[in-house]
Design a binder for this molecule. Sequence first.
Ligand code: SF4
Length: 307
Amino acid sequence: MLKNIDKIMDKIARLKEQRNAIILAHNYVGSEVKTIADVVCGSLGMINAGRNTNADVIVVCGVDFMVENVAILNPDKIVLNPVEKAICPLAQRITVKEIQAAKMSYPDAHTLLYMNSSADAKAKADCVCTADNAVKMVTELNGGLPILFGPDYCLSYFIRKRTAHTIINVPINSYCPIHHKLSYEDILKAKMKYPNAEIVGHPECRPEVQDCVDFLGSSTETIEYCKHSDSIEFLVADEVGSLEVLRERIPNKTFNPTSTPMVCHGMKKAKLTDVLNVLETNDNQVIIPKETAINAKNAIDKMFTLS
Ligand code: SF4
């Protein structure tokens, strides 16, 4: 079995070189795929890597909207999705119709979308954001006008607690079903079990969970925070992939889950064989229709301008 994996890895390495390809992987993807990736990071890091690469072929291991983001930024490159059905249910919760209806109701408002949204939705936005920069984007965009924000009401709660700006959720209450599984009671139980641990969490967690953790941030910000914190033991209120990355990058500290580990199945769909397959065949190449790509890219570029 191991030999088989080694063979697949060798083939992937050879194809990467032959095709001038790179592999981007989100922190939440399965550990085997992370071992062959050139870059392992959060959504913002993936966009940065996708923007700055000289590769001709980019394999994006994550969920649908992440592959779309890289395709939007690289219309002249081959962008490959190892598994077509790797879907983020949160990203699918906001539709173009909902955005258009909200804009009709609030014609003066800015439209800011979380990166976890489709290319079609992004094409209707003024700007996009990640968990890393959501508060900054709201502050920079504001100009005294309300902000239509979607699709995650939990991230919206995180922003509201840090700014006084008027934010209108579109839709009203959609959320990440994985982070939503974690309850306030889970945190209390975990605190009893590990009384000395510092609790770090993601802003996609429920508001009542956000209110009782010690640090909230994107998976990338959490890594930096834990590296520099004086604590040596942490409870991690985030997807299990984050826990793996924390354990690997900060081996001198201890990281425990806050509950039964939260697993995003969409993120775990891509296997080594899928990466090899798309590199061999160009199956699942993602091409965004030109007009959508131009408008969505404007929203992404605006985020970088305001950063
Ligand atoms: Fe989407 Fe939640 Fe999975 Fe992130 S963890 S990709 S928001 S379903």
